[in-house]
Structure formats: C-alpha cells, structure tokens
Design a protein around this ligand. Structure first.
Ligand code: GTP
Ligand code: MG
Length: 194
C-alpha cells in the first residue's frame, strides 16, 4: 500500500454530516493532545496534513483522509477538562454516533501515552471497543520520551494491565523518531487488503 498519496477528504462536526460509509475505515482514537494527528501525519509521511497543536482540543470534528485503499479517520480527542460541557456532549455524541453507525471500520488504532498508564477515559474507550466488537490495537505513543528503564517498566505494566486481552497488539510508537510506524502501516495493510 502506498501511504504517500493521502489527501484530506472532509470534516464532520455532527453525525448527520458523516460521509456515506463505503471504503474501509481506519480510526484513530485517544484522549485530547495524546498525539493522534501527529501519528497520522507520520504514517502518511506528511508534516501537517492533520493539524497538530501543543494546545489540547484542536480536533473538534471527525476528519477523513483518503488513501486509494481506505480512509484514515481522526476522531476528536476525549478527556480534555477545559472544553465546555456542551462541547463535550457534542463530541461524545459525534464519536459514539460515528462508531455505532455500522460503518466499514476495519481497525481502531487506540492511542495512549506510553509515559503513563491509560486514564479512566482510555479504559472506558477500550472497554467500549471490546463490547462493540471493533477490532483494535493499542499504540503507545511518545516512546521517545522514555529512557530504557522507564520503557521496560511501562511495557511490563501495560502487559499486566492488558493480561485479559492477550490478542491485543501493543505497539510502542514515536512521531519523533518513527518507532512503530512500519508496524502500524503493516497492520493497516493487513486489514485493508486481506
Ligand atoms: P487533539 O487534536 O487536540 O485531540 O490532539 P492530538 O491527539 O491530535 O495531538 P497532536 O498530534 O496535536 O499532538 C499534541 C502534542 O504532542 C504536540 O505538541 C505534538 O508535537 C506532541 N507529540 C505528538 N506525538 C509525539 C511523539 O511521539 N513524541 C513527542 N515527543 N511529542 C509528540
Ligand atoms: Mg488532533
């Protein structure tokens, strides 16, 4: 699969605005500011196709990027305290509406911050994915910020935490040094072509 030829397709702020589900979709989910847009840019080898910001809460819409074989879908991040209650509700409805719409979702890349254990919101999201029967993998991002000792510690802790999900892939990732990029691309290829 060629990941170089992506283009922005559309953005939806409401469930009613979602484009029809046709091509396979690869979804990127995670809390606000965890690095979803950066991960997408790294996969696509682009500096700023998906907008990256040091300020959380940047992506408030479901954004679709088109590849010849599939769509990449950037979800609004959850768990950002400073967003107003009404915005939070809109985002929750939008994300749930998207995930529950019976679309052609082939894989959810659930992104967590490798420096920390998953938040309550992350665990809720993972639980939702399990209950909904959506195929997912966990990308543990910002791995560049961990030294060797911390990395081993976090790997151990994550393996223990996800003991009950033995078939779930955990992929350490860094948008800075590119760790994990090829592995995630491979998983996308597997679900799109297979
Ligand atoms: P929202 O759209 O607000 O939900 O955020 P997001 O999840 O799309 O995060 P975004 O990609 O905008 O990145 C947030 C911040 O984290 C930015 O300052 C990025 O430069 C930084 N960042 C993202 N990925 C990495 C990484 O792998 N390593 C390091 N060191 N920083 C990263
Ligand atoms: Mg974003």
């Amino acid at each position: 699969m060629n990941f170089q030829n992506a283009a922005f397709e559309s953005a939806s702020g409401r469930v009613e605005q979602l484009p029809p589900s046709s091509v396979p979709e690869i979804v990127f989910s995670g809390r606000s500011n965890v690095g979803k847009s950066s991960l997408i840019n790294k996969l696509l080898n682009r500096k700023s196709l998906a907008r990256v910001s040091a300020k959380p809460g940047k992506t408030g819409t479901v954004n679709f990027y088109r590849l010849p074989e599939c769509r990449l879908v950037d979800l609004p991040g959850y768990g950002y305290a400073k967003v107003s209650a009404s915005e939070k509700l809109r985002w929750a409805e939008l994300v749930e509406g998207y995930l529950n719409a019976g679309r052609n979702i082939r894989l959810v890349v659930q992104i967590v911050d490798f420096r920390h254990m998953p938040t309550q919101d992350d665990l809720h999201m993972i639980d939702f994915l399990v209950q909904a029967g959506l195929p997912f993998l966990i990308a543990a991002t910002k791995s560049d910020k961990l030294n060797k000792t911390q990395r081993t510690q976090q790997l151990d802790a994550y393996c223990t935490l996800f003991e009950e999900l033995p078939d779930t892939l955990l992929i350490p990732f860094s948008a800075v040094n590119g760790e994990g990029v090829e592995e995630i691309r491979r998983q996308i290829e597997l679900v799109c072509m297979g």
